[in-house]
Design a protein around this ligand. Structure first.
Ligand SMILES: C[S@@+](CC[C@H](N)C(=O)[O-])C[C@H]1O[C@@H](n2cnc3c(N)ncnc32)[C@H](O)[C@@H]1O
Length: 460
C-alpha cells in the first residue's frame, strides 16, 4: 500500500513525512504558513492583479499548498475589494442607474450616462469592454462607474507538476487550519516526525477556502477521470485512520460522485453534475462564497510527471514560478544549472522565481543560468529565508550581501549538473562530489575564516 504519513504542523495544517527521503515535506512551523511566507507574500501578487492574466508554474505541487495559498490570497483580496466597492456605492446619494447583465454589450457602454453612478452587475465582462470602461471612467471625471462583476479577476492559469500522483490527487481533500489537534493519536512514524517538529510553538494561520479545494477537485476529475477509479486514493480516503486529515465535505462529494457517475446520461456534463452535488452538500455560507467568485476564470492543470520532462515540452511563459523541491542534497535533479536554464526560458521579463532554498550551489546555478538573485525576507521571523530569481534587476528588493556572493565562488557554490535533464539523483550527487573534490576553488570554511578576519580588521 502507498505510504502516507500525515501530521499536523504547528499552524494546524497537515504536513507529510516521507520515509523514502526520510524527510518532511512541509516545514514544522506550518505547511500553510510556509506557503504564504516563502512563496505567496514575496511574489508581489498585488502588482500582478492589474494584468489581464497571471500564469503560475507550481513545481513540486505535492498536496498543493503553494497553489492553494496563491488562490486564497487572490480570492480574499478580491472579496475585500468587492465589499469596499459595494460600501462606496451604497454611501453615495446619487442618481443611480443599475444594469444587471450576464453579457454587457458595447452599445450599452457607449450610452452610459456621464452624470450618474452606473453600477453594472455582470457575470461576464470581456477584457475589451473592461478596458473601455476604464477609459470612460478616466474621460468623465465628474462621474464614477462602479462595476461589480464575478469576472473582473485577471484570468488565472496555474500549471502544477509533481511526479507523485497519489499525493496530488489527495490534495483537494486535505484539511487546513485545524486548531485543536493531537499528534499522538495515530500510529505513524512519529519518532521520526517529531525530530522535525518544534512543539509548543503553535501558530494560527489562514484557512484555505473550501471552494479552492473544490475547484481543484473539479479540474482533476475533468482532466483525468481515472482518479475516480484509483484504488490507492480510494483506500486512503476511506481509511478511518486518515479521516482526521481530510475535509469531510470534499471526501463526501467525491464518494457521492463516484457512486453516481455511472448513472449519468452522456448528455450531462461531468462538471455540471459535480457542481450540483456540491450545491447539495455545502452550507449556505459556502454557496455565497462560491457565487462571489468566478471559478471559471481559474484554470488549473496538473501534470503528473518528472518536472524536467514537463518543462521541456511546455510552451508557456510564467509570471511566477514556485520551486518547492526536496532539498538540493536529496533531489538535485530539480536544482541543476540545466534545469534553471529551462526555467529562465519560461519566465516572463517581469516574472519571479521563488524558492525556500538558500544554498550557495543553487544560487550559483541560478546566476549562471542568467538570473539576478536576491533574498526573500520573512517579516515574522525578521530574517532572510529563501531566494528570489528574476530577469529584471529592478525586481530584486534584497540583493545578496558581499559575503553570500563570495560564497558562490567557493566549493559550496559548485552547482549540480544534469546535462540532458535525465540524470538520476544519485548520479548527479556523485558527479558534483567529484567536481568538488577535484576543484581548485577556495574551500568554504577557509573563505569564511578569511572573511571574518577581514571584517575584524575593518572594525579596528
Ligand atoms: C517538499 S515536497 C513539496 C510540497 C508541496 N509544495 C506541497 O505544498 O505539498 C517535494 C515534492 O517534490 C516531488 N518530486 C520529487 N521529485 C520530483 C520530480 N523529479 N519531478 C516532479 N516532482 C518531484 C515530490 O513528490 C514531493 O511532492
Amino acid at each position: 500500500m502507498y505510504e502516507f504519513h500525515p501530521y499536523f504542523t504547528n499552524d494546524g495544517s497537515v504536513g507529510l513525512y516521507s520515509p523514502v527521503y526520510n524527510d518532511i515535506y512541509h516545514s514544522a512551523t506550518g505547511a500553510l504558513t510556509e506557503a504564504y511566507e516563502k512563496f505567496v507574500m514575496p511574489a508581489g501578487i498585488d502588482k500582478l492583479l492589474n494584468k489581464d492574466s497571471i500564469k503560475v508554474l507550481d513545481i513540486c505541487y505535492g498536496i498543493g499548498y503553494n497553489s492553494k495559498s496563491f488562490l486564497n490570497y487572490i480570492f480574499k483580496k478580491y472579496s475585500k475589494n468587492k465589499n469596499k466597492k459595494l460600501k462606496n456605492f451604497f454611501d453615495q446619494d446619487n442618481n443611480i442607474e443599475t444594469i444587471h447583465t450576464n453579457n454587457i454589450s458595447n452599445d450599452r457602454i457607449k450610452n452610459l450616462n456621464a452624470n450618474s453612478i452606473d453600477t453594472i452587475y455582470t457575470d461576464n465582462i470581456l477584457d475589451k469592454i473592461k478596458n473601455k470602461l476604464q477609459n470612460i471612467t478616466w474621460l468623465c471625471n465628474r462621474c464614477t462607474y462602479s462595476i461589480h462583476t464575478n469576472n473582473i479577476l485577471p484570468k488565472i492559469y496555474i500549471k502544477a507538476v509533481d511526479n507523485d500522483n497519489i499525493l496530488s490527487y489527495l490534495s483537494p481533500f486535505i484539511e487546513t487550519g485545524k486548531i485543536n489537534f493531537n499528534n499522538n493519536t495515530f500510529d505513524f512514524e512519529h519518532e521520526n516526525i517529531d525530530k522535525y517538529l518544534i512543539k509548543n510553538k503553535k501558530l494560527k494561520t489562514q484557512k484555505i477556502h473550501s471552494e479552492i479545494n473544490y475547484l481543484i477537485l473539479c479540474n482533476l476529475i475533468k482532466s483525468d477521470p481515472e482518479i475516480l477509479k484509483n484504488e490507492d486514493l480510494i483506500s486512503i480516503l476511506n481509511n478511518p485512520k486518515f479521516s482526521e486529515y481530510f475535509d469531510k465535505n470534499l471526501s463526501g462529494i467525491f464518494n457521492f460522485y463516484r457512486s453516481n457517475i455511472y448513472k449519468l446520461s452522456p448528455t450531462w456534463g461531468k462538471v455540471s453534475f459535480l457542481h450540483n452535488i456540491y450545491y447539495r452538500y455545502i452550507s449556505n455560507c459556502y454557496k455565497k462564497h462560491l457565487n462571489s467568485l468566478c471559478l471559471l476564470d481559474v484554470d488549473f492543470e496538473l501534470k503528473i510527471d518528472d518536472a524536467r520532462k514537463m518543462i521541456l515540452s511546455d510552451t508557456n511563459m510564467y509570471d511566477l514560478i514556485f520551486l518547492d523541491a526536496f532539498t538540493p542534497s536529496k533531489c538535485p535533479c530539480l536544482w541543476s544549472y540545466e534545469f534553471f536554464k529551462e526555467l529562465y526560458k519560461h519566465l516572463n521579463e517581469d516574472g519571479k522565481l521563488l524558492t525556500y532554498s538558500t544554498s550557495a550551489s543553487i544560487r550559483s546555478a541560478m546566476k549562471e543560468a542568467g538570473f539576478y538573485i536576491g533574498y526573500i525576507f520573512n517579516e515574522r521571523e525578521n530574517k532572510y529565508t529563501g531566494t528570489i530569481a528574476t530577469k529584471n534587476k529592478k525586481l530584486i528588493k534584497y540583493p545578496l550581501s558581499e559575503f553570500d556572493l563570495g560564497l558562490l565562488k567557493t566549493k559550496a557554490g559548485i552547482f549540480y549538473r544534469d546535462k540532458n535533464l535525465t540524470g538520476l539523483n544519485e548520479a548527479i550527487i556523485e558527479s558534483r562530489k567529484n567536481e568538488v573534490k577535484n576543484s581548485t576553488r577556495i574551500s568554504t570554511s577557509h573563505f569564511k575564516k578569511l572573511y571574518k578576519q577581514e571584517e575584524s580588521c575593518h572594525m579596528m
